[in-house]
Design a protein around this ligand. Sequence first.
Ligand SMILES: Cc1ncc(COP(=O)(O)O)c(C=O)c1O
Length: 387
Amino acid sequence: MKCQKHLFNLDDNVHYLNCAYKAPLLKSSETAAINALIKDRNPFKLTPDDFFNDVHNVKSLFGNLINCHKDNIALIPSSSYGFSTALNNIKAKVGGNAITIKDEFPGSYFSLKKWCENNHNELRIISPSINSYKLGANWNTEILKNINENTSIVLISSIHWMNGTKFNLTEIGEKCKKYGAIFIVDGTQSVGAMKMDVKKYNIDALICASYKWLFGPYSMGLAYFSDKFQNGSPIEESWMNRSNAKDFSSLTNYDSNYQKKSNRYDVGEKSNFLLIPILLNGIKQVNSWTVNEIQNYCKGLAKPIIEELSKFNVKFEDEEYLSPHLFTLNLPGNIDSKSLKKELEKQNIYISLRGDFLRLSFNVFNNENDVNKLISVIKKQLQINNN
Ligand SMILES: Cc1ncc(COP(=O)(O)O)c(C=O)c1O
């Protein structure tokens, strides 16, 4: 794949290495959104089908990315909504526990903490047992060690949102299945840029905000709920999720049946006429690039950074546990990450600081030029600090 920057309106002199913060808008999504606004001038053109069709199209395309049927997918306004939907429908094991990882994203951490308090289960936060920049192997072992017959839930991100550590979803999913634990994954920082397969990994619920790797709008996300959730109770009772919702003239023939499977969990006003076109266009584009190509492209960008900066004592995670689209620079001890970030910004290089981690994240709008500029500014700072 070649660089796709021409499909975006990113400033030419800006090096945006921060898709994990928010993806830039595709030009085609900008057009889709403007057309959607203009369409809103004339609501008489809106048919009942318009309330449902594009939502189904979004779900089908998302299903392709994660290997499931569209009826197992719900449209959510935020990841926290997705976590609450799943957790509200999970029965606790008596005297059991729920597992998450150290420094998990606050939305999922607090959702799980509350569930534990309400269900008299212990919240277990798994940390690596070593102090190293190569955390992946040890951390995965620690997670696996802790899953047993008392585990009610395992809730983790597919990769750590702060430093990109990859979690072994195959092994964790197998262990959850063996012990009857519900496996919930936050895919926000990987789905769209890294392979996801809810069946292969035995995932029961996969929750994704869309405004990063899916090129969606802020305030819309997608969630997969396995068939274990198909008779569950949604957070709210949207009229649109009833079986008879398409028949606008007889909505008060109240229908107590929900639409099939996870469609019952769709957020109210899911047909958001201004945001759905952006989401649909973003996921279409990801499908057409293909996740495999996106990941390979990011690998190509990550390689020279790792090779060049390793020579200057910057440390990286082992390849097996490093996500090429999102990873961190473990800087020599004499380098202050806050001042390095400021220096990078002076040079129009945008990255994030999460905890002590300088987080780099790439996508297909980045190119060799961004990478070379990053390497040269960091090298210069490292040399200044060594003198
Ligand atoms: C791992 C992870 N989950 C979720 C989110 C977004 O959460 P929400 O959709 O609830 O705002 C982020 C945003 O940075 C994230 O990094």
